[in-house]
Structures are given as structure tokens and as C-alpha cells.
Design a protein around this ligand. Structure first.
Ligand code: HXC
Length: 258
């Protein structure tokens, strides 16, 4: 599949999507988000893929929505064409695990895209921020909702009201980032983590993702109920039988994703 703004690669069961508009630090426009959505849904449908990585360059994951393009938008246009909602959130339809591998800037829509992924792995040079306020807009791709859920109200307010950047260390201690790696090793390390995840029984990994995501959408008792039903459903899979038999028989499991 030929894309203009992203690169895609599949290595074993791991698919990697690289945002590729280096001249504008991977600023996000409709074309890129359309292509990203198409690639993500394609890999989600591909039985040979078990985990997806989204990454950028060493300098920028994405420096935000394309400001030059956005500067000319009118209220009528953004409302009529449902800017953001129309095509920026395809990633939410993906049921397989998606990891953001973030080096350099993840600002505005770039930070929001990273937060739409299931987890963020950061290079030690990563910088996160929601600087929209300085442009006369508020975060529009989930920043005011996902950031406080990740780092708490105080830090979310601090970041979104001042527009300051947060480095990888601060982001990890605040809970936004799962792990930090030296920039030069980021992709190698994240690919190894993705391979590890892709080798897990796929249906179970999908259920883990679905259940953790439910924690952000519901009450504790409803969330626990949802978890319990999926937990029960695991006992209907061949991979539960195989995983537990392999443990008991002290041999490696051979999962069939069934
Ligand atoms: C369009 C961008 C861009 C962006 C960088 N560029 N960010 N173009 N949209 N978001 C372009 C620059 O204009 C420049 O083009 C080239 O990329 C390199 O950027 P420099 O600024 O020269 O690099 P540097 O000095 O290293 O500074 C890096 C930076 C800065 C700190 C990341 O570029 C910056 O502040 N960018 C904007 C960050 C931002 O405000 N993001 C939020 C956008 S609003 P030329 O042609 O000069 O070489 C947003 C809304 C989200 O995201 C809501 C909906 C998704």
C-alpha cells in the first residue's frame, strides 16, 4: 500500500507505522490521519499481526496538528466537516494493542495521538505538552480528558494552561509514560516489547486491552463486572487450555490465537 505521509513495516507479528512528514516535525493533517487510520485498521484486520507500534523520528513523534493548515479554518468548516472526530480517532477502533514509541516532541495533537495509544514508551529526549492555549485554542483531540486521567488534575491544568513541555522523566513519574529508553535504542526496545506482546495469545491480549479501557468509561462495580465476564470467557478459548496445560506440564505454550 503506497502512503504519502506514513511508512509501514511488518517484522514477524509486529507492525510499525512511522509518521513521516519530517519537514514539519510530523505535524498532523487530514491526509496523515486518513492514512494512519487506514494502516491501523488494515493491521487490526490482519491475522498475522499481534501488536502495532506508532512512532515518529528521533526529533519528533509529532509536533501537533498542522498549524499552517489549521490557521485558515473557519468555525463553519470545522463544524461542518467535524474536524478531528471525522478521521482522527480511528485508532480507538483498533482492538489489538497499540504502543506509541515517542522520541522528541509530542505536542498538542501529537501528545493526544500518543495518549490514544494503549501505552507510551518514551526516549530520554521525549518532550510532551499541550501548548494549544498559546494559539488561542484548547486541546481538541482528547487532551483535556485523557491527560488528567493519566497525570491527574493538577499537572494536566499546569500543562494545558501554561503550555509548557514536560520531559520524559517527569512524564514517567506522572504516569503518562510506561518506560524510558535511550533515544538510540527506543525502536529496538519497543519492538522487543511489541514482539513479547504479539507472542501472547491474541484473544486474551485483546480482552486485557478491552477491560483496562473499560476502566476509563465506567464505574468500579460495572468495570469489575465487565472484567469478570471477560475472565469467564477466557475459559472458552483454546489458548487458556493450552497455556495452563503447558504450565502444568512444564513446557512452553503453543498458542493458536483461538
Ligand atoms: C505546522 C510545524 C509544526 C506544526 C513545527 N512545524 N511544528 N508546522 N504545524 N504543529 C514546522 C515549523 O514551522 C518549521 O517549518 C519546521 O516544522 C521545523 O520547526 P522549527 O520550529 O523550526 O523547529 P524547532 O526550532 O526545533 O522547534 C520545534 C518546536 C516548534 C518547539 C516543536 O516547531 C513548535 O513550537 N511547534 C509548534 C508546536 C505546537 O504549537 N503544537 C500544537 C499545535 S495545535 P519551516 O518551514 O519553518 O522549516 C494542535 C491542536 C490539537 O496540535 C488539537 C487537535 C488535534
Amino acid at each position: 500500500m503506497g502512503y504519502n505521509t506514513i511508512l509501514t513495516q511488518v517484522d514477524g507479528k509486529v507492525a510499525t507505522i512511522t509518521l513521516n512528514r519530517p519537514q514539519v516535525l510530523n505535524a498532523l493533517n487530514d491526509e496523515l490521519m486518513d492514512e494512519l487510520g487506514a494502516a491501523l485498521l488494515g493491521f487490526d484486520a490482519d491475522d498475522n499481526v499481534g501488536c502495532i507500534i506508532i512512532t515518529g523520528s528521533e526529533k519528533a513523534f509529532a509536533a501537533g496538528a498542522d498549524v499552517a493548515k489549521m490557521a485558515k479554518y473557519s468555525l463553519q468548516e470545522v463544524y461542518r466537516h467535524d474536524y478531528i472526530s471525522r478521521n482522527w480517532e480511528q485508532i480507538r477502533k483498533v482492538r489489538k494493542p497499540v504502543i506509541a514509541a515517542v522520541a522528541g516532541y509530542a505536542l498538542g495533537g501529537g501528545c493526544e495521538l500518543a495518549m490514544m495509544c494503549d501505552m507510551i514508551m518514551a526516549a530520554d529526549n521525549a518532550k510532551f505538552g499541550q501548548p494549544e492555549v498559546k494559539l488561542g485554542i484548547i486541546p481538541g483531540a482528547g487532551g483535556t480528558q485523557r491527560l488528567p486521567r493519566a497525570v491527574g488534575k493538577a499537572k494536566a491544568m499546569d500543562l494545558a494552561l501554561t503550555g509548557r513541555m514536560m520531559d520524559a522523566q517527569e512524564a514517567e513519574s506522572a504516569g503518562l509514560v510506561a518506560r524510558i529508553f535511550p533515544a538510540a535504542d527506543l525502536l529496538k526496545e519497543v519492538s522487543a516489547i511489541a514482539k513479547n506482546i504479539a507472542d501472547m495469545p491474541l484473544l486474551t491480549a485483546m480482552m486485557v486491552k478491552e477491560s483496562i479501557n473499560a476502566a476509563y468509561e465506567t464505574t468500579l462495580s460495572e468495570g469489575i463486572r465487565f472484567e469478570r465476564r471477560l475472565f469467564h470467557a477466557c475459559f472458552g478459548t483454546n489458548d487458556q487450555k493450552e497455556g495452563m496445560a503447558a504450565f502444568v506440564e512444564k513446557r512452553p505454550a503453543k498458542f493458536t490465537n483461538s
